[in-house]
Design a protein around this ligand. Structure first.
Ligand code: GLA
Length: 406
């Protein structure tokens, strides 16, 4: 968000300077293109993709504008060989700053950091992975690069021809042309364009949860939609975002996911307990698991957090039912997610700065008969339950994540 604001300030200053120059030299101005009226609404067909939340990696959180072809290949190499691919991570997503401009025919071109997008996509596919790209419905992206405005169908075709499998589409400068209430129609243009290519391309909406996107995201062909402004690598921001998702649970379903933003696990600003909370909460929320760290140089403890199969199984549960808060007492919260096999994932979260006891009552979770068996998904051990509740001592900012059999 900060990035976006400062980029806009820079763009605004650059725009002003360009205007002054243009007036002085009588050369044509590089102004905002004319507004096209948004199309009438219709329902874009479901593309059938990501029946469980997408898993992968995205360049933005760690690299921002310093992402290039070599880094992307390096991430694909790492994901394919370090165990991440084996537990379900699939998408290698290039975020903003790959764009150069347009050729004489209006085709989008990549800049010198990405000399050959088709070759890069082939490389990532050769590792058994998929690849994602980024654009904006506005004339410029959030970092001020070329957006898709007026070229939506052409850009979708280019992404398909290059071999891309995923598009993150970020509102940003579209706000200079359209109101929030027009977002649905504007996103529908790209939803249609992606379907028309005939290539399966996941459609990720990024407009920071404005205009109740969860109510219309599926209608524009969206597979996931950001629900908040940007995350950053701090306990404060991650926990603020994560624990504020309760009201959106009803809007998630297979192929259509609330997206509280990408993971910060391994970027260095939080403790391992805090990163376990991040991973556990995102799994209970059925949120996309898009790692945002440098996969090429990851300490073992971070890799273990990202590749915990039992936690990932909660995230990827086929029922696709997003979990919610079932109890809160001061800084202690209990969240639960119903799983396809009739079991429950239950997170006992301690948001306090010191360790504390957290208690779950089975009646709060909605389990009628008293459960007798539990498994701790971080400690990887089974234990017996006895009675109507269970109490765990949970470290500061930590979690006990349990799977409960009825
Ligand atoms: C916005 C998005 C981020 C990232 C940047 C890129 O801030 O929310 O996730 O894509 O733009 O400029």
């Amino acid at each position: 968000m900060k990035t976006r604001t400062s980029v806009f300030l820079i763009l605004a200053a650059a725009g002003l300077a360009a205007q002054v120059l243009a007036q002085n030299s009588q050369t044509p101005q590089n102004t905002t293109p004319p507004r096209r009226p948004p199309p009438a609404l219709h329902k874009v067909a479901d593309n059938g993709l990501v029946r469980t939340p997408p898993m992968g990696w995205n360049s933005w959180n760690k690299f921002a504008e310093h992402v290039d072809d070599a880094a992307v290949r390096g991430m694909a190499d790492a994901m394919a060989s370090n165990g991440m691919k084996a537990v379900g991570y699939t998408y290698i997503n290039i975020d903003d700053t790959w764009e150069a401009g347009r050729d004489a025919d209006g085709n989008i071109t990549s800049n010198q950091k990405f000399p050959d997008m088709k070759a890069l996509a082939d490389y990532v596919h050769g590792k058994g992975l998929k690849i994602g790209i980024y654009s904006s419905p506005g004339p410029k992206t959030c970092a001020g690069y070329e957006g898709s405005y007026g070229h939506e169908a052409q850009d979708a075709k280019t992404y398909a021809a290059w071999g891309f499998d995923y598009l993150k589409y970020d509102w940003c400068s579209a706000h200079t042309l359209y109101t929030d209430q027009e977002m649905q129609a504007v996103y529908q243009i790209m939803g249609d364009a992606l379907l028309t290519t005939g290539r399966p391309i996941v459609f990720s909406l990024c407009q920071y949860g404005r205009d109740d996107v969860w109510k219309w995201g599926p209608d524009v062909g969206g597979n996931l939609w950001r629900t908040t402004d940007d995350i950053n690598d701090t306990w404060k921001r991650m926990s603020t975002i994560g624990f504020s998702q309760n009201d959106l649970a009803a809007y998630a379903s297979p192929g259509h996911w609330n997206d509280p933003d990408m993971l910060e696990i391994g970027n260095g600003g939080m403790t391992d307990d805090e990163y376990k909370t991040h991973m556990s909460l995102w799994s209970i929320l059925a949120a996309p698991l898009l790692a945002g760290n440098d996969l090429r140089s990851m300490p073992h403890d971070i890799l273990e957090i990202l590749t915990n199969r039992e936690v990932i199984a909660v995230n990827q549960d086929k029922l696709g039912k997003q979990g919610h808060r079932v109890a809160k007492s001061g800084d202690q919260e209990v969240w639960a997610r119903e799983l396809a096999d009739g079991r429950y994932a239950v997170g006992l979260f301690n948001l306090a700065n010191a360790s504390a006891s957290v208690t779950v009552k089975w009646s709060d979770v909605g389990i009628a008969a008293t459960p007798t068996k539990a498994r701790d998904l971080w400690a990887h051990h089974n234990f017996k339950l006895d009675g109507p509740e269970y109490t765990a001592v949970v470290p500061a900012h930590g979690v006990a994540l349990l799977r409960i059999a009825k």
